[in-house]
Design a protein around this ligand. Structure first.
Ligand code: ADP
Ligand code: MG
Ligand code: ZN
Length: 480
């Protein structure tokens, strides 16, 4: 029998609010332990939570971007469990009445456009952090993160492969980054996902028992963990066994999932409506104000780049994955005839320098190695035949190093492309005369020597000869 996997993801996105969800403490990362705490997030008796309006607005923004229904009235709920880094012994979350319901997220996998439906998006507070490895005989607790707002985005169980799950996650991360509500950093855990996986006979319509896998801190890890977990479950079921509903941890070093705890059921948490907070009311005017302020989202932008700028779908996908990259590309390509070439330069050269020089300061690229207008000028010089594509690489490196405009570099270094037919012919003839033996070999059928001749002519002209003219002329002269 063959089996198919079914995957549903729960994503936690840490919201970029200045303060925490229910108190005025800073939500910033990286302060001294317990510096960002107050009686509310330390759960002193008698304190009361006050909802952060910005966090609610961010949730509405996410909901609208994913086409969710924004609930006019939602309800905070207590999720009860005991852990040292959860001083209230409950987390304020949403349960029966989340703020966003339904919706869908589109993504691209293997060149195909798909979508997955969302179950819900809700708000909740994060817990603090337990530090077990700093002292031999005790654990420490840092409550800076306690009360930081999280958005939980729950997908329907309808992702059919690890690759689909990863593509969905990438798309979702791109959306929250476009919305500027989350920095999307998986390594630091501000964008993390729990994966629910089950397997069933191929084509079946009933869901199998699922396991939940946690602790994946990259897209790659998500894919690997899912692949392993699917293989493990198929082995269990094929062997006549049953999958146990449990939570498992991904061990990236050993590349296995290990059981962590038996999976809790919702009733274990004793959810009940939060008595210290009134129902959350979001009126239509607020929703419409938020809608009016939404940026163009990556999928719409991709479609527009294909339609209006003539980009191939793949290029448009890559260039729109990040808002800053898409903005940069658009600044360079706007009004230019050759958007595709500019896109190539962005993907191959500009982003390479960004990576090499670590100019990327998530969620944003801090500095661009060259201004978008300068890049457009460089491509225009190639298009007009002033410089060859090869020389353009030299010019680009010089632009990055000196910050000078491409035209100035081309002029001051005498890099203008040689298109004078007579001059090129002279160079070609010199090369042919100097390599009589190779010419004879070529003529007797060793055609791959052609590249050698091109190389020699380019060398003789310091790389400046127009390659097409060189090719045409060489072919003609070598024919003999
Ligand atoms: P919990 O709150 O216990 O984590 P939910 O019912 O909210 O459980 O589901 C969490 C996630 O698990 C959702 O993304 C859902 O799509 C997914 N899921 C539920 N059942 C299955 C299943 N049998 N196989 C795969 N994924 C599932
Ligand atoms: Mg869960
Ligand atoms: Zn506080």
């Amino acid at each position: 029998m063959t089996f198919e996997p079914v995957i549903g993801l729960e994503v936690h996105a840490q919201l970029l609010t200045r303060s925490k969800l229910f108190c005025a403490c800073s939500a910033a990362f990286g302060a001294a332990p317990n510096a960002h705490t107050c009686p509310v997030c330390m759960a002193f008796p008698g304190v009361l939570p006050v909802v952060n309006r910005q966090a609610v607005e961010f949730a509405i923004r996410a909901g609208l971007a994913a086409g969710c229904r924004i609930a006019p009235v939602s309800q905070w709920a207590r999720k009860n469990y005991f852990y040292p880094d959860l001083p209230k012994a409950y987390q304020i979350s949403m349960y029966e009445a989340p703020i966003c319901v339904g919706g869908r997220v589109s993504f691209t996998v293997g060149g195909e456009h798909r979508a997955v439906r969302l179950t819900r998006i809700h708000l909740e507070e994060d817990a603090g952090k337990s530090i077990h490895d700093a002292h031999a005989d005790s654990s420490l607790v840092d409550l800076n993160r306690a009360g930081v707002p999280l958005l939980e985005i729950v997908s329907e169980p309808e992702l059919g492969s690890p690759a689909e799950a990863a593509a969905y996650l990438k798309s979702l991360r791109s959306i929250v980054q476009y919305l500027e509500i989350c920095d999307g950093n998986m390594e630091e855990g501000s964008f993390r996902c729990d994966a629910n996986i089950s397997v069933r006979p191929a084509g079946g319509d009933r869901l199998g028992t699922r396991a939940e896998v946690k602790n994946m801190n990259s897209f790659r890890a998500v894919e690997r963990a899912l692949e392993h977990e699917i293989a493990r479950q198929i082995a269990v079921v094929s062997g006549g066994g049953q999958v146990v509903q449990e939570t498992r941890l991904w061990d990236a070093e050993r590349e296995v999932t290990r059981p962590m705890r038996s999976k809790e059921f919702a009733h274990d948490y004793r959810y009940f409506p939060e008595p210290d907070l009134p129902p959350l009311v979001v009126d239509e005017a607020w929703v419409e104000r938020v809608r009016a302020g939404l940026p163009e989202l990556p999928s719409a932008r991709r479609v527009r780049f294909v339609r209006d700028l003539g980009l191939p779908d793949y290029d448009a996908e890559v260039l729109t994955a990040r808002r800053d990259v898409a903005d940069y590309f658009e600044a360079a390509a706007g009004g230019q005839p050759n958007a595709k070439a500019i896109g190539n330069w962005v993907m191959e050269s500009v982003l390479r320098i960004v990576r090499e020089r670590r100019l990327d300061d998530p969620p944003r690229i801090r500095d661009w190695p060259v201004a978008p207008e300068a890049l457009a000028d460089l491509v225009a010089l190639i298009d007009r035949g002033t410089i060859s594509g090869k020389i353009a690489k030299t010019v680009f490196d010089e632009m990055v190093a000196s910050g000078r405009p491409p035209r100035e570099i081309v002029e001051s270094r005498g890099l203008v492309q040689l298109t004078d037919a007579a001059a090129i012919a002279a160079a070609v003839d010199r090369v042919i005369a100097a390599h009589g033996d190779k010419v004879a070999e070529y003529r007797s059928g060793k055609e791959k020597l052609f590249g050698f001749f091109v190389g020699q002519v380019m060398k003789a002209t310091e790389g400046k000869a127009n390659p097409k003219q060189v090719n045409d002329l060489l072919r003609e002269r070598l024919r003999g």
